[in-house]
Design a binder for this molecule. Sequence first.
Ligand code: ADP
Ligand code: MG
Length: 232
Amino acid sequence: MNTFELISVARKQGRTALDEFAGKQLLASFGISVPRAAVIKGADEAAAAFAKLTAPLVLKVMSPDILHKSDAGGVKVNLKSAAETADAVREMMNSPALHAARIDGFLLEEMAPGGQEVVVGAVRDPQFGPLVMVGLGGIFVEVLADVSFRICPVTRLDAREMLAELKGAAVLKGARGRKAVSQDSIVDVLLKIGGEGGLLMSHAGDFKEADINPLIVSESGAVAVDARFILS
Ligand code: ADP
Ligand code: MG
């Protein structure tokens, strides 16, 4: 399926957003690393899916009704065996927060190497068209609103400046005894999302809003572990 088909399938299903698996397929087709994953319907499919992936794994609920999966008990990280995974699916299915929701299935995926969590986002400005955003994860975005924006398409220089502008930029360079993370990998993702020929320029009219939250950036690379694409 090409990226336009991916989007038209979601529209035909009456969705207002891509599900996480489709969102990650979209990212992957623009060259962004995403975890290897499988979609399962229930606990009886957990062992077969577990065997095809490399543990530890993460289990996530897929539901058009759940925006923040963790808040709803819909994310379980660090699953190390098939039995543990099947139990996690059962437990998730029985969680009260999920009872009222429509469940598409469960995403089972490999864990990204540890690193700094970064947010990459996109919004459409009625006047300027697509804008790309970057910020450091967690409280940097939520409390401190430490983010920078540019109008698309961005150049490599723009992307570098976006990172340099962040008040928390030092965190990427390895503040407080932590290792520096690969800023080039973040720049690369910003170009694949917001650059010439990137996702936003190629799909200008398709999305009202999008984000990768988080992109996990290690010393050597960056993996998009969550993807949200709101259709326009
Ligand atoms: P939501 O934002 O809907 O609550 P996420 O998919 O972002 O759910 O998962 C919540 C958190 O779990 C992430 O912020 C990240 O810290 C961790 N996480 C999720 N998927 C992975 C993964 N594949 N590898 C490592 N950590 C992950
Ligand atoms: Mg998230």
